[in-house]
Ligand binder design. Structure first.
Ligand code: SF4
Length: 348
């Protein structure tokens, strides 16, 4: 049996029953693909179910508010993807009369849909012969063929995409794509692949040459940037002072406490004497509590966050105009970065 035959055979026996596999609706497949780019299947499935239930059609999604979408998205990270989805849904309503495209070339024109996602949606919904090349496929092909071209380079992407398209069973493109990704995810795992029960073992180059640990090759990632966030927690009559993030920095359009960013870790007593702080809250502030600093990892940033609770004896006239107080009910409706809602959940 050839490569694709072995993979499809294995898939029929071992595939997981995932809710988005029982449909050919390109909108539902799009939902699942964008959500699963963020997270592992176990964590992403409840998000997918919530989105599919709340917005069963692209029209429902397009007519939601951005806050509703970001609230459902809360905790997934990469919030720009949630916002892009909203734009995409609106574009589908305007330019495709509400019919979500299922052709690769049309899908590529949608915001937030790249080659991988377009290949996945078009093959799963329409059996179009476009091979998917995600991390699972890179790993499997790199190991099976013993290829050490780095997977995160232009040359690597091209090489593996050509190879994946050559290997694809064109008559069952959707099934082949599902199978190759599932095989990479469950069988040829990043660490401790199940080689002893692998149907490809006799022809796998990495196994035969004992190079499994070396493959795939990846060039070193960008350096991580350290940032120091000092959140000012001001609670007045069961309401917290918050604001909506407007800049192009991380978490655009989410809600958080007033933030003072510093170059280094800085004592709370120095923060409340800084000009940045006194210009917003006045200079007669009493510290209530300084919480243990927490670390929060993003793709290329490491946030060191300190939450500084202050007594509500501030100079309310100097508080920036875009800040407002929100109680528990309102906070439930507004999307916040995970760092903020986990703090609120833990301490209030
Ligand atoms: S033999 Fe091992 S390394 Fe090779 S494809 Fe199978 S699981 Fe992956």
């Amino acid at each position: 049996m050839n490569f694709s035959g072995e993979i499809i055979n294995w898939y029929q026996l071992h595939k997981r029953d995932l809710p988005w596999r029982n449909t050919t609706d390109p909108y539902i497949i799009w939902l699942s693909e964008i959500i699963m780019q963020q997270t592992r299947v176990e964590q992403g499935t409840p998000y997918f179910n919530r989105f599919a239930e709340t917005f069963p059609t692209v029209s429902d999604f397009a007519s939601a508010t951005e806050d509703e979408i970001l609230k459902l998205w809360q905790g997934l990270g990469y919030y720009s993807r949630g916002r892009n989805m909203h734009h995409t849904a609106q574009m589908v309503m305007e330019e495709h009369a509400g019919y979500f495209p299922n052709k690769y070339s049309e899908l590529l024109k949608l915001k937030g849909v790249g080659e991988y996602t377009a290949a996945a949606i078009s093959s799963f919904s329409n059996n179009e012969a476009q091979a998917v090349v995600d991390g699972n496929v890179f790993r499997l092909l790199s190991r099976y063929f013993g290829i050490d071209t780095p997977i995160n380079t232009g040359a690597g992407k091209k090489l593996f995409t050509v190879l994946a398209n050559e290997l694809m069973d064109k008559n069952q493109a959707g099934t082949y794509n599902q199978a190759v990704m599932e095989f990479g995810s469950l069988q040829c795992k990043p660490v401790n692949p199940n080689c002893s029960v692998c149907p490809l073992i006799s022809s796998c180059q990495a196994y035969q040459q004992s190079r499994i640990q070396e493959l795939p090759v990846k060039l070193k990632a960008k350096k991580v940037r350290n940032r120091f966030f000092n959140y000012i927690v001001l609670k007045r009559e069961d309401q917290f002072l918050i604001h909506k993030l407007q800049s192009n920095d991380i978490w655009q359009n989410l809600h958080q406490f007033p933030l003072i960013e510093t170059e280094f870790a800085t004592d709370a007593s120095n923060i409340i004497q800084s000009e940045n702080f006194t210009s917003q809250f006045g200079n007669k502030i009493i510290l209530k509590k300084v919480h243990q600093p927490v670390k929060h990892l993003l793709s290329h940033q490491k946030l060191h966050a300190q939450f500084i609770e202050i007594e509500p004896n501030v100079d309310y006239k100097s508080i920036p105009k875009n800040y407002f107080f929100a109680g528990e009910q309102v906070l439930k409706e507004l999307a916040q970065p995970k760092l903020i809602f986990e703090f609120l959940k833990k301490f209030f």
